[in-house]
Unconditional design. Structure first.
Length: 117
């Protein structure tokens, strides 16, 4: 069993920054891709980006390219989402998820990010 716990969310003004963390426990995840998703009120959950096991490749939505950075520390079983130049449209609950054989199987509980204008 895998547990993922997100942290680092909060309230920030537009233009500010936050760093989200996703800590994994229960199994080694050093070979799995970790994805980040978000869900805004009244909207469907959307894929934000992902970091592969090597940390060298990330996939971003166009709306966050250049502002969001994905990284991981396998020794700490933790992945990070650095969010800069935040916009009110980034307000959402952010989730991390662990991919197994092409599907995101394990999910965290989410962390709220609120960006005020």
């Amino acid at each position: 069993q895998v547990q993922l716990v997100e942290s680092g969310g909060g309230l920030v003004q537009a233009g500010g920054s936050l760093r989200l963390s996703c800590a994994a426990s229960g199994r080694t995840f050093s070979r799995q891709t970790i994805g980040w998703f978000r869900q805004a009120p009244g909207k469907e959950r959307e894929f934000v980006g992902a970091v592969t096991w090597s940390g060298g490749t990330t996939y971003n939505r166009d709306s966050v390219k250049g502002r969001f950075t994905f990284s991981r520390d396998n020794a700490k079983n933790t992945v990070y989402l650095q969010m800069n130049s935040l916009e009110p449209e980034d307000t959402a609950v952010y989730y991390c998820a662990l991919e197994i054989r092409g599907s995101y199987v394990y999910w965290g509980q989410g962390t709220q990010v609120t960006v005020s204008s």
